[in-house]
Design a protein around this ligand. Structure first.
Ligand SMILES: *Cc1c(COP(=O)(O)O)cnc(C)c1O
Length: 379
């Protein structure tokens, strides 16, 4: 079955009681039981909810996984995945991961005896060198936010698996339409559904999918036991979002390429970060493991003043955090999404004061380019 067919049908069976074609929002906290110990598989809505279940099946199918668990946010999903490791265990993490992930690991989970090493995972030999006897997990993000560093999913999975270490990939930037990490050996895929999967900037959520039965059982136990579940309404929004994921991603990718090409030629732009550009040092790897390059483009205009001018001069693009929605968003990583990342780290990986990030939306490509052009002219 093709991707769009799965996106529209997996988990989306017509409602058995009414025939409703769209999975209803089961807005209930509990379910009537027919007798003691006799029920329809639903007892209490933290534990099971039909709308959430439909979404979990849908995204698992899109990533090629057997099991899926939906959470209240991307961070809640990542936090739940980290419950697979224990005090005394070691986790290797991509060194320019999403700021919220960095904060969760260094400021919260490190208080519970979990040890983290942040390494440049774009070279699998760095991962290999960082593996210790107590390493239990490698946590990748690829491409990274916002400078688009790519990790070789197959190479990292190979070195980790040789030492019995599981690999997690945050696939938020690509979505399963453009990248399916499990096809390269990754064990667990996590998404902030807030971004491309929901796609309309109107809900916060997260999902984790995997194949290993023991890990899946524990993740389900954590979902219910810690309780950071996705609500029925938010589950429904994401379920609606994934139905158009393929057509949306095609257009994000098409406009992303056009805008990256425009920026690359613009005299006010010193450097662009886009895996689809031939100037990207990992362009070939991106082509190998991604189906496209997506709608995230970052570019450096050289100084904070120029970045500020661009960010304040745009009229169509909206100055805001987040990404993956229908509207084009523009942001300043150094002071917005990556403010919690150490200054030295920011400088080393290229998150300079002049860096601007765009989440290319679904407006007409020419309109987005015209807006960026007039804003750059003022810089
Ligand atoms: C937004 C984001 C997250 C966090 O997700 P929330 O839904 O905001 O909690 C994690 N990883 C990446 C790559 C993200 O972009």
């Amino acid at each position: 079955m093709g991707f769009s067919t799965k996106a529209i049908h997996a988990g989306n069976e017509p409602d058995p009681t009414t025939g409703a074609v769209t999975v209803p929002i089961y807005q209930t906290s509990t379910y009537a039981q027919e007798g003691l110990g006799k029920h329809k598989g639903f007892e209490y809505a933290r534990t099971q909810n039909p709308t959430r279940l439909a979404l979990e099946r849908n995204i698992a199918a899109l990533e090629g996984a057997k099991f899926g668990y939906a959470f209240a946010s991307g961070m809640a999903a990542i936090d739940a995945i980290l419950r697979l490791v224990h005090a005394g265990d070691h986790v290797i993490v991509s060194d320019n991961t999403y700021g919220g992930t960095f904060r969760l690991f260094t400021r919260i989970l490190s208080n519970y005896g979990i040890e983290f090493s942040f390494v440049d995972t774009s070279d699998a030999s760095n991962v290999e060198a960082a593996i210790k006897d107590n390493t239990r997990m490698v946590f990748l993000e690829t491409p990274t936010n916002p400078v688009m560093i790519i990790s070789d999913l197959q190479a990292v999975s190979d070195v980790a698996h040789a030492r019995g270490v599981r690999v997690v990939c945050d696939n938020t930037f690509m979505s399963p339409y453009l990248q399916r990490p499990m096809e390269f050996g990754v064990d667990i895929v996590v998404h902030s559904t807030t971004k491309y999967l929901n796609g309309h900037s109107d809900g916060v959520g997260g999902v984790a999918v995997l194949n290993d039965e023991k890990d899946a059982e524990w993740l389900g136990f954590v979902q219910n036991g810690a309780g950071a579940i996705l609500s029925p309404f938010d589950s429904w929004l994401v379920l609606r979002g994934t139905k158009t994921l393929a057509v949306r991603m095609e257009q994000h990718d098409k406009s992303g390429r056009a805008i990256a090409a425009f920026l690359e030629e613009h005299p006010k732009v010193e450097k662009i970060y886009y895996p689809g550009s031939l100037s990207h040092r990992q362009h070939d790897l991106a082509k190998r493991q991604q189906k496209g390059f997506g709608g995230m483009v970052a570019f450096d205009v050289g100084s904070l003043e120029r970045a500020r001018t661009v960010l304040e001069a745009v009229r169509l693009c909206t100055l805001a955090e987040s990404l993956g929605g229908v509207e084009t968003l523009i942001s300043h990583p150094a002071t917005m999404t990556h403010a919690s990342v150490l200054v030295e780290t920011r400088q080393r990986i290229g998150i300079t004061d002049g860096l601007v990030r765009i989440s290319v939306g679904l407006e007409d490509t020419e309109d987005i380019i015209a807006d960026l052009d007039q804003a750059l002219d003022k810089a």
